[in-house]
Write a protein that binds this ligand. Sequence first.
Ligand code: SAM
Length: 482
Amino acid sequence: MFSYNPASLLADEFINDGEILESIRWAEENKDNLELIDQILEKAKPVRKDGQTTCSGLSHREAALLLACTDPEKNEAMMQLAEEIKKAFYGNRIVMFAPLYLSNYCVNGCRYCPYHTVNKTIPRRKLSQEEIRQEVIALQDMGHKRLAIEAGEDPKNNPIEYILESIKTIYSIHHKNGAIRRVNVNIAATTVENYRKLKEAGIGTYILFQETYNRERYEYLHPTGPKHDYSWHTEAMDRAMEGGIDDVGLGVLFGLDNYFYEFVGLLMHAEHLEAVHGVGPHTISVPRVKPADGIDPDEFDNGISDDIFAKIIACIRIAVPYTGMIISTRESQAVREKALSIGISQISGASRTSVGGYTETDRPHETEQFDVSDQRTLDEVVRWLMELGYIPSFCTACYRAGRTGDRFMSLCKTGQIQNCCHPNALMTLCEFLTDYASEETRVIGNRMLQDELQNIPKENVRRIAAEHLEEIMHGGKRDFRF
Ligand code: SAM
């Protein structure tokens, strides 16, 4: 029997089954206690003091109570609070990225993923360095500056040396005005030594989805391969941090198990990182299982409605106010639109989830990991965001300026984001508009740049940003940052 201890390094103690079940039970028991819900909502509100906005966040139990609440008025109050918190720390900026699939060779048996080893129908493919170059040029030509690389787990075909070489290749390519300035990495759990190598290669965030926090369910869903080991997988973020990676990205694959269990587990994981490393996760992703080659999401029987999905996003936003939240093109335009207002700060655009997909004219399906719902071009996504009042940001400044881990969090907490992230978003959007946008998008964007310049609080920052916009548009200069 394990007991709950957020500061423990043992998976079964910091993601403690007993504590999760007890939190769910307590939340169910108290879900009609509107007074308690009001107190929790009050506690979570942003507070302005001495020019700084701070939020206390919530414990996993408090957040569980919000998730359990069925009162329509309180649920509406939660949505509004999530929106308020989102605006306070992330403003109207949305960071853009794209996934890049390097290889679909995999030795694991994940039941929900078409790359699983027993799938003999999916063609296996691994990009050569020359093919990576071509994919990156295609991504740069769309306007992308930030990638998340994806690969199956296969020590023979995709050893760490291959991943490191690929990162080097990606950073080395400068096609026209293009550059990939941040490479995030989503590869299987590995050793401290390998995480150290990834850190040295200059990665941004190390992303690893837990898939499910329920050990029993996890072991069933990962019947074979190294990923079968629940503890090895769950303790990966601690090894990544030990290896020097400050920014880690959590996520669960919603639909695999009971969403309530996953939600509590996810927040406990965030609390654990804070307790042990002094900094919570840099990002949280909220993928849902999608149809794929031989994969029917209904088989897992835990699918969630769009309304529950939105509520989960809002509750995560309230519970961990400083953590970025990511939604991918797994979701439709309509679902993404709702998610943006209540918490999401980062989205992918024009994604292809197949190995080598970006160099093909038509979307290839053969080696695809899952179906993509939002199939618009990056130009269309950028225009759509601006029409909704968001600033699409291609900024990668923070980690390049050493603002990772708690240094990024303190930027967030001291409200300097508006003097830093805001101008950076405008300058990188300006690069996009100048180099890659359609005429229609450029017209909307240039208007937005002028309007949004006025929202930079410090006068000298505003002046410098305006000069840089001018230099980007008419002087051929690129890559300014605060
Ligand atoms: N192979 C690495 C690992 O095992 O962690 C990570 C890369 S994998 C390409 C990225 C993520 O895709 C997985 O962690 C999983 O959550 C997600 N995924 C797999 N199958 C999926 C499906 N059918 N629908 C949606 N997402 C899926």
